[in-house]
Each structure stands twice: as structure tokens, then as C-alpha cells.
Design a protein around this ligand. Structure first.
Ligand code: CMX
Length: 141
């Protein structure tokens, strides 16, 4: 693994209402909304906030069968996952599987901002859901 792999890409927060949550973060510190989209496969509407050098992904469920709806019902609003960016998602998937992590996907799938993503089950990461992502194109925000 090259040393530049694995920066923290974003922190994702599950919220009931994107607008209310955005207001809270705007009150906290200067932010800008850099993207918003519905990820059908994950059943979420996501909004990316830029805060200093960091990205915060706000997640709102699009239906009661969304993993985020289940999370909100069980735990309420809060940090949902950490996402790390890699340069070769397929080899990282293989490496992490061999290292004994329980992966939620057999192959990377398309996530927000046109990235390949997969998840590591919180049970094999000490209670933290982890996303591994790789932008599909060079012009990643
Ligand atoms: N962080 C930490 N723990 C979590 C969690 C999360 N985000 N989501 C669920 N869990 C825990 C639950 O609390 C539960 O723990 P206990 O057994 O100790 O009670 C356990 O994981 C199982 O949870 P569950 O409610 O029974 O839910 P499922 O097993 O059906 O699903 C999970 C859990 C992680 C497999 C599912 O949420 C998943 O596939 N997540 C990945 C996809 C996703 O979250 N997509 C939304 C964001 C997408 C994006 O950013 O684009």
C-alpha cells in the first residue's frame, strides 16, 4: 500500500432533516454545500458540506427500508460512518478481506459523487461502519 492511500475522505452523519442539520453546521462554523444527490442504491439523500479542509456527508433516508432509517430509529441522529479514500479499490477490497474484515459487498458499487464504494461491517471494526471509496474520475471535488 502506498503511503498516500487512505486519507479520511469524509465523516457521514445520519440526520432526520438535511436543511435543519445544514443550519446547525452553518451556525457552528463557515461551511459550503458542495453537492447533493439521491443515491438510489443506498436509499439515501446525501448533502456534502465543506468545512475547512474536511467534508461532512449528511445522510437522510429516502424511505423506511433505508439503512439510514433503521439507524435513526435505533440510535437517533449521529455519526454514521467514516469514509477512507484509496487509489485501487479492488486491491484494497482483497487486502481487507484477507485481513479478516467482514465486507458488506462482494464488489464495489456506485456511491455518491460518482465513486466506487464498499463498506466494512461495524461488527468487525469495533462498532464503526467504515466506507472505502475511490473516485471514478479525476475531477473529484
Ligand atoms: N454504525 C455502527 N453500528 C451500526 C451502524 C452504523 N452505521 N448501522 C448498524 N449498526 C449496528 C447496529 O446497531 C446493530 O448492532 P447490535 O447488533 O449491537 O444491536 C448491528 O449493526 C446490526 O444492525 P441492524 O440495525 O440489525 O441492521 P442490519 O444488520 O440490517 O444492517 C448494516 C447493518 C451495517 C449491515 C447496514 O446498515 C448496511 O449495510 N450499511 C451499509 C450501507 C449504508 O449504510 N448506506 C447508507 C450510506 C450510503 C452513502 O454514504 O452513500
Amino acid at each position: 500500500m502506498r503511503i498516500k492511500d487512505f486519507p479520511l475522505d469524509h465523516i457521514a452523519v445520519a440526520v432526520f432533516d438535511l436543511d435543519e442539520a445544514t443550519e446547525r453546521y452553518a451556525k457552528l462554523s463557515p461551511i459550503s454545500i458542495i453537492a447533493e444527490e439521491v443515491v438510489e442504491l443506498q436509499k439515501v439523500r446525501v448533502r456534502f458540506l465543506q468545512q475547512a479542509d474536511h467534508k461532512i456527508e449528511l445522510l437522510q433516508a429516502t424511505g423506511p427500508d433505508s439503512p439510514v432509517a433503521k439507524f435513526l430509529a435505533k440510535k437517533g441522529e449521529g455519526i454514521h460512518h467514516l469514509a477512507f479514500r484509496v487509489e485501487d479499490i479492488h486491491s484494497e477490497m482483497e487486502r481487507l478481506r484477507k485481513a479478516g474484515f467482514q465486507l458488506l459487498q462482494g464488489q464495489p458499487v456506485t456511491g455518491a459523487l460518482n465513486k466506487w464504494i464498499f463498506f466494512i461491517h461495524p461488527k468487525s471494526m469495533g462498532g464503526v461502519l467504515v466506507e472505502i471509496c475511490q473516485p471514478k474520475d479525476q475531477e473529484y471535488v
